[in-house]
Design a protein. Structure first.
Length: 190
């Protein structure tokens, strides 16, 4: 029988992918730990959402996040040979795909210029919650990049687009419902 516990992290350290150990308080662990949190948050959102288009996109996002988590957890030591399928897994093509999804969904919904109050449905509320966790992930990755650097700069852009995509997915989930809008706060562009 396989054991789930190894006891290797009992002193506050964890292993990096491709060797090496770091403190569990390291910014890298925070970043890829938040990736794990987003994957789970999106999993919960899938249990709440009803729109088939939303569910298909969430599956793809979860898969891409597993790749990002692996990439962020790779040992940065230059002497460690990294497999090509782990590094630079998120490309400009992936970013363009998210942008196409956003543009396609925007043709189906009207978001207006007001802030939207989360909670119209359990599906949209779970997507809005996931979006806020992704924003935290983005801040963590930006901090990681500023402090020690990340090899694949596309990750930052991809995560930024992902939060935009989740915003419109939440609106798509509620497109047939009366969403509550907060008027008079957001300024329209002139």
């Amino acid at each position: 029988m396989a054991k789930i516990y190894t006891k290797n992290g009992d002193k506050g350290n964890t292993s990096l992918f491709m060797g090496g150990t770091i403190s569990k308080s390291d910014i890298r662990v925070d970043a890829y730990g938040t990736v794990d949190e987003v994957v789970s948050t999106l999993g919960f959102a899938k249990t709440q959402c009803k729109e088939s288009e939303v569910l298909k996109i969430l599956d793809k996002l979860q898969y891409s996040l597993f790749k990002i988590g692996a990439e962020l957890s790779v040992n940065k030591d230059k002497s460690v040979k990294k497999p090509k399928d782990i590094i630079n897994t998120i490309s400009k093509k992936n970013i363009t795909e998210l942008e196409k999804n956003i543009d396609s969904i925007l043709k189906k919904i009207d978001i207006g210029n007001e802030f939207i109050m989360p909670g119209t449905s359990s599906g949209s509320a779970s997507l809005d919650m996931a979006r806020t966790v992704i924003r935290r992930l983005e801040r963590s990755i930006v901090k990681l990049n500023e402090e020690i650097g990340i090899e694949n700069q596309n990750i930052i852009i991809y995560i930024n687009r992902m939060s935009d995509l989740l915003f419109v997915l939440a609106r798509l989930e509620d497109r047939k419902k009366n969403t509550k809008k907060i008027r008079g706060i957001r300024k329209t562009k002139k």
